[in-house]
Design a protein around this ligand. Structure first.
Ligand SMILES: Nc1nc2c(ncn2[C@@H]2O[C@H](COP(=O)(O)OP(=O)(O)OP(=O)(O)O)[C@@H](O)[C@H]2O)c(=O)[nH]1
Length: 646
């Protein structure tokens, strides 16, 4: 009757495997984050390098552009010399009108023929603008250009510089090339200057781009001049934000590129990627629009981001670990409980298998035997699988089975019901104590029962023996005095309640003392036994013969009239007298008996009183000759006789 435990519980080592897998995943995640951070860092450095290289190319392109203009200026210088001829005045301010007109015409023609040049002009020895190739609203005669760098006698090379508009000019500054025109004494008499046009600069950038320079979606849009830490100058196309008004407060140089750096404005926190171009008159910056350069955020920001991600991931993994550990603990507990249950189930199974009590698991509906232990098999010789219905197969009275089931249903699962029953075992019967307990069910109504059969046959036999000792006369096996009074009192109660007739016969052997004296006590006992047998055979099944003591016998006759009682008494007397006598040592011992008859009547107080009356009638029988039947006085009374006759 053992049960199979089939629940699948993960084993502890499996959870340890899960835990190890989680840690491995955590390690791999950290490795991935670390490597990706490193790759981002590497990528960033590559980008920086690329951009620095490209911006350097732009700077070089600008220089080349200016050098080109320089050659133009050289040409122009010759033209100036040609225009002035040998009559170059010490100061151009004193040039003749013809010379000025000719010079102006030459400058205009040169400027018109050169796309790179916005303006060609001539300044006097003090740097004041005297002539210009064309009239532009932003440059005026009288504006001053800085010629200090080219004034020195040794300086022959043209100076590339930035022109800043004069005090009255809103002319946006630009790259300017200045070249001294020296007199025979080597001193500069005038300065020829050329201003690179904005278009030209853009064109140069484009050429550079076509030649391989590319910043993807980013482009150089402004050249600004920086004085100290302030933006002091801007190229015409610089946007409004990058103006003299916006201070640059933070500058982050690129590690491996000293000319390349981020400039961070507090105004909008935009990073401006700049390449610094050193010139004589200040530092010029090539600026790249930075709004789209966020991907160039410092590498440590990426690291922090990755670190936070890793931290979150590790926290999640730690939580997962905890859950896994809890699960493992619970699983271990479950495993332990399961093992305990298994041990309990095995012990219970062994107990059931070796129990001397027959146990059976039975379906309540039809009493079909489902399972049973070996003791059941040895008691009943039947086992499950034989379609055994216990009600019909085992119970001598199927009503008892129904009563047991009803009791078990009422009692519920906690209790059971026990009953002493008579069971069918093969062809015979056996007494057993049957306990019925309903098995717990998910539904309210129990569907199965657990039966235990305790064989009480031996006990029953013992009880029967004890009862026999307690209630029967050991010599004659007739009911003794106690048994007689117990049953006679009950019969008296029923007869008086329903006014039914009840008769008592008192029988006493005649001269029994003589028998004892003559043949011995053992012979007397044999006579008593024979007398008891005579009584047994002379009365009905419903009558009660008993030995009250000595040679004194009594017979109770329920539902018996006086006439019937007298007839029975006479039959007894005759039987004792006429049936074969008891023998002792080959000698017959003839005996006779006297019988007193009494009837229950309206004044009867109980069995004792009727017995007294029978005893008195017996006395009469003895007194009047023995071996005869006598009736009590009360029974002989006419009214009593009538009643008894009814
Ligand atoms: N053998 C034997 N004798 C018993 C037993 N019980 C009583 N007796 C004897 O029965 C005799 C009864 O004798 P009495 O009461 O004097 O009566 P009786 O001799 O039968 O004379 P009547 O009754 O007047 O005819 C006594 O001798 C008792 O000892 C018994 O169990 N066995």
């Amino acid at each position: 009757m053992s049960d199979q435990h089939t629940a699948s519980i993960p084993s502890k080592p499996l959870f340890q495997y899960y835990a190890a897998m989680t840690w491995l995943l955590a390690f791999l995640a950290c490795l991935y984050i670390g490597s990706s951070t490193f790759r981002v860092y590497q990528h960033k450095r590559q980008l920086e390098q690329q951009i620095a290289q490209q911006l350097q190319n732009v700077a070089l392109a600008s220089r080349r552009s200016l050098e080109l203009q320089l050659s133009q200026v050289v040409t122009t210088e010759n033209l100036v010399a040609d225009a002035l001829g040998d009559h170059m005045p010490p100061d151009l301010a004193s040039a003749t009108g013809q010379q000025v007109a000719r010079l102006q015409a030459l400058l205009t023609r040169e400027a018109a023929g050169n796309d790179d040049i916005e303006l060609l002009g001539v300044a006097g020895g003090d740097g004041r603008v005297l002539f210009m190739s064309n009239n532009v609203t932003t440059v005026h005669e009288g504006d001053r250009i800085d010629v200090s760098a080219v004034r020195a006698p040794a300086t022959q090379a043209p100076v590339i510089d930035v022109y800043q508009g004069g005090p009255h000019s809103a002319w946006p500054s630009g790259f300017v090339v200045t070249r001294p025109v020296r007199g025979a004494d080597g001193l500069p008499r005038a300065f020829v200057f050329a201003l690179q046009s904005h278009d030209a600069f853009q064109r140069r950038l484009k050429e550079q781009e076509q030649a391989g320079f590319s910043l993807g979606r980013h482009s150089v849009v402004a050249i600004v001049q920086v004085a100290g830490n302030r933006l002091a100058f801007r190229y015409p196309m610089a946007d409004a934000v990058i103006g003299a008004k916006v201070p640059v407060v933070e500058r982050q140089p690129f590690r491996d590129h000293p000319h390349l750096s981020y400039w961070i404005s507090p105004y909008d926190h935009i990073k401006h990627l700049v390449y610094e171009l050193p010139f004589a008159n200040g530092t010029f910056l090539l600026r790249v629009e930075a709004a789209e350069l966020d991907f160039l955020a410092p590498w440590y920001a990426e690291l922090v981001f990755s670190g936070v991600s890793a931290l979150l991931l590790l926290t999640a993994l730690a939580l997962l670990q905890r859950l896994v550990r809890q699960g493992a603990r619970q699983a271990a507990q479950l495993q332990f409980d399961k093992e305990q249950l298994d041990i309990g189930a095995r012990a219970m199974g062994r107990l059931i298998a070796t129990a001397p009590v027959a146990l059976a698991h039975v379906r309540l509906d039809d009493g079909l035997l489902l399972r049973a232990n070996p003791a059941f098999g040895s008691l009943f010789g039947a086992m499950p699988g034989e379609q055994l219905k216990v009600a019909e197969a085992l119970f001598a009275d199927t009503a008892v089975w129904r009563e047991l089931c009803a009791g078990a249903r009422l009692a519920g699962a906690a209790e059971g019901r026990s009953m002493e029953v008579t069971l069918k075992v093969g062809d015979s019967t056996r007494h057993a104590l049957v306990s019925v307990a309903p098995l717990p069910s998910k539904r309210d109504e129990p569907r199965e029962l657990l039966l235990s059969f305790t064989d009480t046959e031996a006990q029953h036999a013992r009880e029967q023996a004890l009862a026999s000792i307690a209630y029967s006369d050991p010599l004659t096996r007739l009911a003794n005095r106690r048994a007689f009074f117990q049953q006679a009192d009950a019969a008296f109660a029923i007869a008086s309640r329903y006014e039914r007739p009840l008769a008592l016969l008192m029988i006493d052997l005649d001269h029994f003392k003589h028998v004892n004296d003559t043949y011995g006590h053992a012979a007397g006992d044999a006579v008593l036994v024979r007398t008891a047998n005579c009584l047994r055979h002379s009365v009905r099944h419903a009558d009660l013969p008993a030995r009250l003591g000595g040679e004194e016998f009594v017979v109770m006759l329920p539902e018996t009239t006086l006439a019937e009682a007298l007839e029975t008494a006479e039959r007894i007397r005759r039987t004792i007298e006429q049936s074969p006598p008891a023998e002792f040592e080959g000698r017959a011992i003839p005996v006779t008996a006297s019988v007193g008859v009494a009837m229950m009547h309206s004044d009867s107080k109980g069995i004792e009183s009727i017995l007294n009356e029978a005893d008195m009638a017996l006395y009469d029988a003895k007194e009047t000759g023995r071996n005869k039947v006598a009736t009590s006085t009360a029974a002989r009374a006419p009214q009593m006789a009538d009643a008894a006759a009814r």
